[in-house]
Design a binder for this molecule. Structure first.
Ligand code: SF4
Ligand code: FES
Length: 257
C-alpha cells in the first residue's frame, strides 16, 4: 500500500504587530492531523512560522488557558463568527480558516485582545457577594433548589466577550457595558447575601452605559456558548430598575426585599 497523501489545513490569519499598527493578513498551510482544533493549528504555525509563499514570519500571538471552554480567554472570530478557539474543531470548519481578533476589544498583538472593559464593568456593577472573611460566618443562607438551578446557569459566564462582540450596541463609540455584566447583576441580586447591594447594582446599570443602551437586537443570547438566558436577564432587570427608580424617587429606605 502506498503512503496516504499528507493533507493540509489552509489558514488565513489577520495579524497586527501591536495595538497601534495596521492589521494585515498572512496565509499558512499546516499539516493536517485528525481531531485538530484551532489552537493546535496555531501551535503548528508557532513551531514553523513560515507563510504559504515561503516567507519566514513571527509566531502568532493569542490567548488561551483552560483548553476546555471554561476560561473564555481564547475567544476570536473564526470564519466570521466569534467563539472559543479551543472548542472550534477543524473538521467542522470550512477552509481556508479565517482567524481574526474580536473587534470590540483593543488588540494587543495578532489574535490577543484586552478584555479589561468587561472586567471593569464587573467592578462597576459590584458583581460579587460581599462577605467579611475575617471570621467564621458559618453556613450561608439556604437557597431553594429551583433558584439555585437557574442561578447556576447564570454563573456559567466565563467573561469570554462573545456576547459583546455580537451586540451591535457595544462598540468603540459606546460605553455600553453589554449583556454579560448585566446578567451578572441579576445573578448577584438574586443571592440572599448579594441582595444587600441590590440597590447599588441597579443604580449602576441605570446610569451611563447601562441598561438603556440595550437595543434588544437579541444577538447575544444566540451567540453565548454557555446558553445563558441573557435577554431574559435584561427583561428582568428592566422590571427591577423600574421599581428601583420609584424607590429612588420616593426616597424609600435602602432595605432590600
Ligand atoms: S454571557 Fe456568554 S457570551 Fe457573554 S461573556 Fe458570558 S459566557 Fe461569554
Ligand atoms: S482556552 Fe479557556 S475557553 Fe478556550
Amino acid at each position: 500500500m502506498g503512503n496516504e497523501a499528507q493533507k493540509y489545513v489552509e489558514v488565513e490569519v489577520q495579524r497586527q504587530d501591536d495595538s497601534n499598527s495596521n492589521p494585515y493578513w498572512e496565509k499558512f498551510r499546516v499539516p493536517y492531523r485528525p481531531n485538530m482544533n484551532v489552537i493546535s493549528v496555531l501551535m503548528a504555525i508557532r513551531e514553523n512560522p513560515v507563510t504559504t509563499d515561503g516567507k519566514q514570519t513571527t509566531p502568532i500571538a493569542w490567548n488561551m488557558n483552560c483548553l476546555e471552554e471554561v476560561c473564555g480567554a481564547c475567544s476570536m472570530v473564526i470564519n466570521g463568527r466569534p467563539r472559543q478557539s479551543c472548542s472550534a474543531l477543524v473538521d467542522q470548519l470550512e477552509q481556508p480558516l479565517k482567524l481574526q481578533p474580536m473587534s470590540t476589544f483593543p488588540v494587543i498583538r495578532d489574535l490577543q485582545i484586552d478584555r479589561s472593559r468587561m472586567f471593569d464593568s464587573l467592578k462597576k456593577v459590584k458583581a460579587w457577594v460581599p462577605i467579611d472573611g475575617s471570621y467564621d460566618l458559618g453556613e450561608g443562607p439556604r437557597i431553594p433548589e429551583r433558584k439555585r438551578e437557574w442561578a447556576y446557569e447564570l454563573s456559567k459566564c466565563m467573561t469570554c466577550g462573545v456576547c459583546l462582540e455580537s451586540c451591535p450596541n457595544v462598540n468603540s463609540h459606546s460605553d455600553f457595558i453589554g449583556p454579560a455584566p448585566l446578567s451578572q447583576v441579576r445573578l448577584f441580586n438574586s443571592h440572599p447575601t448579594g441582595a444587600m447591594n441590590k440597590d447599588v447594582r441597579l443604580n449602576a446599570i441605570m446610569g451611563e452605559g447601562g441598561l438603556a443602551n440595550c437595543g434588544n437586537a437579541q444577538n447575544c443570547v444566540a451567540a453565548c456558548p454557555k446558553g445563558i438566558p441573557l435577554t431574559t436577564s435584561i427583561a428582568a432587570l428592566n422590571r427591577a430598575t423600574t421599581v428601583q427608580m420609584f424607590r429612588n424617587f420616593f426616597g424609600s429606605d435602602h432595605m432590600v426585599d
